[in-house]
Structures are given as C-alpha cells and as structure tokens.
Design a protein around this ligand. Sequence first.
Ligand code: IPM
Ligand code: MG
Length: 377
Amino acid sequence: MKNFKIAALAGDGIGPEVMREAIKILRATEKKFGFTLQITEAPVGWAGIDAAGKALPDTTLALCKQSDAILFGSVGLPDRDPTIPKEERPERAALLRIRKEFGLFANLRPVTLPKALAHACPLAKERQGDGIDILVVRELTGGMYFGQPKKTEDIGGGNQRAIDTMVYTTPEIERIAHVAFKSAQLRRKKLTSIDKANVLENGILWREVVTRVGKNYPDVTLEHMFVDNGAMQLVLRPTQFDVMLCENMFGDILSDEAAALGGSLGMLPSASLGLPRQSAATAGAGEENFFGFYEPAGGTAPDIAGKNLANPIAQILSSALMLRHSFGLNEAAAAIENAVTKAINAGNRTGDIFNPIETTAKRVGTTQMGDAIAAGI
Ligand code: IPM
Ligand code: MG
C-alpha cells in the first residue's frame, strides 16, 4: 500500500482548529481509497517560539525535510510581542524561510465561486456570469519579498529611508511562466500575464520573457494586462479570466481580491511547489510529483480563533491539492472537492459565508462543517 509522510504544521490563530478538520477529512480518504498517511504534527510560528524559542524550530524543519509534503495552517499574530525583531517574527522566519529553503517558487491559488454561494460574492449576479473560476499563479520566491538590499536606514534629521528591491532574472520568470502555461492547457487555455511594464524594468522583462515562453504553447491564448487594470477588471468582469500569472507581490494582492469574489478568503486553498521530483511512492511510474507546501491563503484570523467559528474549507481544499500535486492521488483529491461542494449545497455555512436571506441554509461551526464534509467522502 502507498504510504506518504506529511508534516502537519498548524501554527497560530485558527490554524490548529482548521488543521484538525483537514486531518479528519484526510483520514476519511485514507480508509476509502486505500493508502496510508503518516501525519506528524509540529509547532511553527508563535507556537514554535513558545515551544522552542524559534518560529521555525530545528526539529520542525528537520521533520519537513523528511516528509513528502508540508500541510501548513497559518502563522503570525500581529499583536504579539512587538519587541521581537522583524527577522525573527513568524511571517519571515517561518513562512518566507520555508518558501525559500524548499525553492517553492510556484504558488497556485484556485478561486471558484460555487453556484450555491452566489450571495456571498460581493458582485452583482449579472457580473458573476456562468460562474467565477480563476487560477492565480503567483511567483513565490522572488521579487520585492526577497530582493536585496532590503533595509531601513537612518538618513539624519530624525528621518529614515526604507528600501525594498524588486528583482527578477530571466530563468525565474521562465520557470513560473511554464507552470502557468501548463496550468492553462489543463483549463480553458487562456493566460493573462500581469505586469507593470509601463513603469517598471521588471515589468518589461516579465512581458518579454512570458511572450517568448508562450511560443511553446500555441494552444494557449496569451494576453498581457497592467496590474492596476487587472485589479479593476477582476471586479468589473471576472469571468474573462482563466489563469492569471503574477509576480510575487502582485499575486499576493490580486489573489486576496480574487478570493473575495469566490465568496470568502476562508475558501481559498493554495499549493506552493518547487521543481518536480519523483516521490518514493511513484518512482518509475513516470508521474511528475512535487514536493509541496499546502496552506490556506487566509491567515490566522486571531479575532475568531479558538471559538469554533473559522471556515475550515480552505485548509481542507489545500489538503486535496496536496493529494493531487504531491502524491498523485487524483481520485481522492476529487472526492474531497466534491464533498466540500456537497456540504455547501446541503446548506452548511460558517459565519463568513452565511447570509440570513438564504432561508434553507444553516449556520455551523468549524467542527460541524468538517463533519459534514467528512460524511460526504
Ligand atoms: C500570503 C500571505 C503572506 C504573503 C504573508 C503572511 C507573509 O499574505 O500567503 O498571501 O504575503 O505571502
Ligand atoms: Mg497574502
């Protein structure tokens, strides 16, 4: 029987409670589809600082290295201990560090608005067309997040200067462009590449390289769009988009915007992938598999943490992406996605997607939503 090793890092805020539901669902698929998952939990984020004095404890990092995939919750509590240096805070010392350490350059964020949640989308019904279905492909290890120099310095007179550097090389753009074109080939074959080529050197290079890579994918329609227009088009006519390719920072911003169109940030899963590798379980089978990092895009939501209010769907859908991209378990991944749709169609709503105008819907907590989804596997 196939066996896969998962490092489960729940982190802070709502992380632990949504992770618990995702593990519940994974256990249900394990039984049904005949594979085994060796799930090991470890602290990260403020939980790591509390347990071992570091946002990414050495033992947690070692566990990640021995695993086939990382299932991540979320980290960062803005109000905790402002005296800790920014380099040691969870966002940089755990999340960005893992992305860089494992070379996870490709971040996939699929946004879909289920028919039953049309009311949760902030756009008028006529703008939703036949449904919103967008894949944001975000470059994750370059650009302004990591470019050097990155610092704040004194410039005299009590003033400071803050510097972040946006930098991309041809190979960095090429590899993420290939991921985006391949993703588009499996979907509606349209790729919108986002840049700011009217102002930024980075934008000019981005556009050139993406255009060149596109010659290898004649079946995909490529268009370029400035990021400001892209932000506007998302709310004016979101149905024009299939795959949106973005550099790191633009992707961060536009994926949150797109998530709101999908009903709630609590519904947005993500997969962060490095270069393909053959996992032990599929070696020789000729299948491409990725060491991956899977996390909900929504954050720790400290205001609702520990209250059984959080929507676990983003975490659960992230675990489905893990089964698909890292383990090649397509059937089990689809079963999870279908079970989520079924639970929504049956009227289960956490607070973020609940609207009293839906008279047949019932407001449920994190655990009940997890139970409803597990029952549908
Ligand atoms: C995300 C988050 C992170 C990012 C933060 C928490 C560092 O917003 O994954 O989108 O900016 O990448
Ligand atoms: Mg973000």
